[in-house]
Design a protein. Structure first.
Length: 102
């Protein structure tokens, strides 16, 4: 699902912007994570925040993942040399019906 995101690194509770106003296609590992916290059964909220640890990223199965998604994951993984976790704040480009995800 196409969305616009900002990526921040967090170290010792200090947040530093890494990239802002970045368009990306969020794919299923991230969508699944959003749905865990979204209580609306009809639509995903248009704004979201995801906190990722290195363990979260390492647990993502990349077998059937597109090349651009792997590049995005690798970019995120490279940030962990300087931070405790990554925060991704974003907004979907349109309303997403939950049924569209199945």
């Amino acid at each position: 699902m196409l969305c616009n995101i900002s990526i921040s690194t967090v170290n010792n509770n200090l947040s530093t912007f890494h990239k802002t106003n970045y368009n990306v296609n969020l794919f299923y590992p991230f969508i699944d994570r959003l749905m865990l916290f979204d209580t609306d059964t009809d639509f995903l909220h248009d704004e979201f925040s995801i906190i990722l640890t290195k363990e979260d990223l390492d647990s993502i199965n990349t077998e059937d993942t597109k090349k651009e998604d792997i590049n995005f994951l690798n970019e995120l993984k490279s940030l962990f040399s300087n931070c405790d976790y990554i925060e991704i704040d974003g907004r979907f480009r349109r309303f997403i019906k939950v049924g569209e995800l199945n």
